[in-house]
Each structure stands twice: as structure tokens, then as C-alpha cells.
Design a protein around this ligand. Structure first.
Ligand code: HEC
Ligand code: HEC
Length: 289
């Protein structure tokens, strides 16, 4: 990276300090104490006195303090400062402190299996707070999800109810392919009709029958022979009225046509294994109740 802006800031900052100092000195010389400057506003006259000493030295102190501060902390362009202080360093130090203090609180549940931990009120209170801080932005405060973000309180799992901890640890990326180029408009319409029939809707029997052929050819590999979904691929059960991307014919057709790649982020790198373990139990407790 060019050092232009570094020098721009350094020179600009030091030149301003010098300018303030010179301005201050100019105000101290050539005064005529006791006389007026000749300025007169509505009978109020301005005396030509120098700055009071406390004020002058206040300014000098500020300038000296400013220079000292800029030498000690990073502030002058790319100059790192003599103290070695950095934002990242301070953050890391505080995180290490917090980890040392609070880590053991989370670690105490490390060896309790998820299913058992889900019945531990103290741990679930922690799980709730962790969920609000880390998960509610996407899944909602009540974990009921929204468009594109699965409901975690129902009994349907994309990636398997027994795999929750793995889901949280490594994250998940769903791969629902786009079928427009394979099936064309008519094919997409037909298979949509069949998917709607699977979910128990009233459909056009002819269209749906043609759709079933496409479905058996292209869709069962992931959604399973009975369209009940397969956790290995994160492919949802299509035989009920639980929809991740909307329940209308138009929405469902849109997914089939264009595909979808829902992404659940990995949390182990962010929160560590102990908190993930508590969260997995918390998610488990939501659907158990
Ligand atoms: C490679 C695996 C794979 C194949 C093949 C596949 N799907 Fe999917 N499908 C998925 C995954 C994974 C999702 C979930 C997408 C997400 O979570 O973002 C999905 C989602 C869907 C949804 C949305 C469900 C909802 O709840 O909103 C529909 C509808 C669907 N697929 C229909 C089909 C049809 C019809 C076919 C065949 C033409 C098909 N899929 C083929 C993997 C697949
Ligand atoms: C940036 C948004 C986002 C955040 C934050 C997020 N999730 Fe997710 N999560 C998703 C999406 C999107 C999916 C669905 C992925 C897919 O389409 O397969 C998902 C899927 C899941 C699943 C799998 C659901 C199933 O049916 O198998 C679980 C469990 C889960 N999230 C729990 C959590 C927890 C616990 C947290 C907090 C630690 C969290 N999520 C934070 C977006 C998010």
C-alpha cells in the first residue's frame, strides 16, 4: 500500500499543532495592555490585553500532551506508537481474561450428553442467552425461524435431529440444484404439481403424473425414494406442509426452477466447543417440549 496517506496524516497533524503554537505566540506579542483595540460594539470596547497566563499555559499543556499521546499510541499515520498498543491486542487480552473467568462455567457441562443436558435448567438458561446473542438474528428470538431460516421448534430436521451438534460445529451448506435448464418450463411446472400432491394439495392429475416421472428420475437421489428427505444432504421432507422457502405454488416452483443454497454458519470457531455443546442441548430442548 502506498504511504501517501500515512504522510498526509503525519504532516497534516504536526503542521496543525505547529500552527496552533505559532498562533498562540503571535497573540502574546505586540499587545498594548490597558489600551483598547479601537473595536467598539454598541458601547462595548475590546481591550488589547494578552491571554491570561493560565489560559496560555493551558494551551501549551494541551499541545505537549497531544504530542506525547501521539508518540505513545498509534495516531500518526502508520507509526505504531512507542507503547505497542493495538486494538486487536487489547481485544485479545480482554477475551483471554473472559475465557479464563467464564470458560470453566461452560466447560462443566462438556461431558454431559446433549439429550440429558437438555433437561438441566441452569444449562438451558445459559443456552437461551447464548441463543439470543448468536442465533436469534436468523432463527428468531423464539427459534421459530422465517423465510429461508428453519424453524428449530418443530419436529422436522433438514440435517437430522441427532446431528444438531455437528450442524452447529461445522455449519451446513445446502445444495438444491436449479432444474430449469434440465426440465424446461413445462417440466418444472409438472414436477411442482407433483410436489404439491406429495404435500397433500388438490392438483391437476395429468400434470402431476408427468411430474412424478421427473421426480423419480431427478429428485429421489436427495429427497429420498418416498420424498421423506435425507439428512445426509440436508434435503427436506416434501410430504408435509413445512416449507422453508414459502408454501405457495409460485414460491415452490421458484425453488425448483432456480435452486437454493441455504447456509448455516459454523459456530465452533466463534464460540468454542463448550458453548456449542450447550447450544445443541438448548435446540434439542426446544423441539422436545
Ligand atoms: C443434490 C440434491 C438435491 C436434488 C437432486 C434435489 N434437491 Fe430439492 N432440495 C435439496 C436441498 C439440500 C434442499 C434444501 C435447500 C436449502 O435448505 O437451502 C432442497 C429443497 C427443495 C425444495 C424446497 C423445500 C422447502 O421446504 O421450501 C423443493 C420444493 C425441492 N427441493 C424440490 C426438488 C425437486 C422437485 C427436485 C427434482 C427436480 C429436487 N428438489 C432435487 C436437495 C436436492
Ligand atoms: C446467518 C444466519 C444464521 C445464524 C446466525 C444461525 N443460523 Fe442456524 N441456520 C441458518 C440457515 C440458513 C439454516 C438452514 C441451512 C439449510 O438451508 O440447510 C440453518 C440451520 C440450522 C440448523 C439445522 C436445522 C435442521 O433442520 O436441521 C440448526 C440446528 C441451527 N441452524 C441452529 C442454529 C443455532 C443454535 C445458531 C446459533 C449458534 C444458529 N443456527 C445461527 C442460518 C443461521
Amino acid at each position: 500500500m502506498s504511504s501517501f496517506f500515512s504522510w498526509f496524516v503525519i504532516i497534516g497533524t504536526l503542521a496543525s499543532l505547529l500552527y496552533f503554537f505559532l498562533l498562540l505566540q503571535m497573540n502574546r506579542t505586540g499587545n498594548k495592555p490597558g489600551e483598547t483595540t479601537g473595536h467598539n460594539y454598541d458601547g462595548i470596547e475590546e481591550y488589547d490585553n494578552p491571554l491570561p497566563a493560565w489560559w496560555y499555559w493551558g494551551f501549551i499543556f494541551s499541545i505537549v500532551f497531544g504530542i506525547g499521546y501521539l508518540l505513545y499510541y498509534p495516531g500518526l499515520g502508520n507509526f505504531p506508537g512507542l507503547s505497542g498498543w493495538t486494538q486487536v491486542g487489547q481485544l485479545e487480552a480482554e477475551q483471554a481474561l473472559a475465557e479464563a473467568r467464564y470458560g470453566p462455567i461452560f466447560a462443566q457441562y462438556r461431558d454431559i450428553p446433549v439429550a440429558e443436558l437438555a433437561n438441566n435448567p441452569a444449562a438451558m438458561k445459559m443456552g437461551h442467552r447464548l441463543f439470543i446473542n448468536n442465533c436469534a438474528v436468523c432463527h428468531g428470538a423464539a427459534a421459530t425461524g422465517s423465510f429461508g431460516f428453519p424453524n428449530l421448534t418443530d419436529s422436522e430436521w433438514l440435517w437430522g435431529g441427532e446431528n444438531i451438534e455437528t450442524t452447529l460445529t461445522h455449519g451446513r451448506t445446502a445444495a438444491m440444484p436449479a432444474w430449469q435448464s434440465v426440465l424446461g418450463d413445462a417440466g418444472v411446472q409438472e414436477v411442482t404439481e407433483y410436489v404439491l400432491q406429495l404435500a397433500g394439495r388438490e392438483v391437476d392429475a395429468d400434470l402431476s403424473a408427468r411430474g412424478e416421472v421427473h421426480f423419480t428420475t431427478y429428485c429421489t437421489a436427495c429427497h429420498g425414494p418416498e420424498a421423506k428427505g435425507q439428512a445426509m444432504f440436508g434435503a427436506p421432507d416434501l410430504t408435509n406442509e413445512i416449507w422453508l422457502y414459502g408454501n405457495s405454488r409460485m414460491r415452490i416452483e421458484h425453488v425448483i426452477k432456480n435452486g437454493r443454497n441455504g447456509v448455516m454458519p459454523a459456530f465452533e470457531p466463534r464460540l468454542g466447543a463448550d458453548k456449542v455443546h450447550i447450544l445443541a442441548a438448548y435446540v434439542k430442548s426446544l423441539s422436545a417440549g
